[in-house]
Design a protein around this ligand. Structure first.
Ligand code: COD
Ligand code: ATP
Length: 199
């Protein structure tokens, strides 16, 4: 029986870094951000839904989704964010579950789903084990600003659009503390890998 491992954290807490490490040692990964991005390509169902909800003002002159514009709308206003979630989440869930089902059919022992909104959108109900990558707010803010070039206000709006990391960590089966350097992160991932091999 394939075990489903839910990997989550806060924005810029280090989920993708951990999922890359797990992928490098052979675990299959379903990446929710990648799923969402694919669904938002012109012609794909997510794109159509977003244009229906938010109008053509969220498109670039080239007719693609203007991610920065939609991000300003959605992370600046909880009502717009709810609309975004209502438009996108059913499609994202369907695709994630389809990919999980495909991996299950191949008989792999473990599949990892890397989902930022794992708890907010109740994906944890479908997981055998949940892992939260946590950082303190100062590291999170600094890494997010550095990675995305956001000013402080923009970065804080994105951090506060998710459940607090302390709440997520309290709900997790396993917590990975990413306040240290990459080496310290790698050591904790090695422990996780051992546990997953026993799963
Ligand atoms: C608003 C959008 C266009 C901004 O795009 P942008 O390229 O700036 O961000 P990107 O998609 O790379 O997401 C970066 C991070 O933002 C956070 N995030 C994304 N969507 C949300 C959301 N609806 N609520 C809270 N945090 C979110 C996640 O931590 C994610 O890893 C984009 O985030 C989006 O379409 N979000 C809705 C899809 C979604 O829910 N994705 C999360 C999958 S569970
Ligand atoms: N231990 C660490 N030390 C220093 N920088 C780190 C560490 N872990 C991750 N980072 C950096 O922090 C940033 C955020 O990490 P990452 O992209 O893995 O986060 P994420 O949780 O996947 O974010 P998102 O929710 O936006 O997808 C990246 O630039 C990454 O290189």
């Amino acid at each position: 029986m394939t075990k489903v491992v839910g990997l989550t954290g806060g924005i810029a807490s280090g989920k993708s870094t951990v999922s890359k490490m797990l992928s490098q040692v052979g675990f299959p990964i379903v990446d929710a951000d990648l799923v969402a991005h694919r669904l938002q390509q012109p012609g794909q169902p997510g794109f159509e839904r977003l244009v229906d909800h938010f109008g053509r003002g969220i498109l670039t002159v080239g007719g693609e989704l203007d991610r920065s514009r939609l991000g300003q709308l959605a992370f600046g206003d909880p009502v717009a964010r709810d609309e975004l979630n209502q438009a996108m989440q059913p499609l994202i869930r369907e695709e994630i579950m389809a990919q999980v089902a495909n991996f299950k059919r191949t008989g792999v022992p473990v599949v990892v789903i890397d989902v930022p909104l794992l708890f907010e959108q109740h994906y944890d109900d479908d997981c055998d084990l949940t892992v939260v990558v946590t950082v303190d707010r100062a590291h999170q803010l600094q890494r997010l600003q550095q990675r995305n070039g956001y000013d402080r206000v923009t970065a804080l709006a994105r951090i506060d659009a998710q459940l607090p990391l302390t709440v997520k960590a309290a709900r997790a089966d396993i917590v990975i503390d990413n306040n240290g350097d990459y080496h310290q992160l790698q050591k904790q991932v090695a422990q996780l890998v051992k546990r997953l091999h026993q799963a």
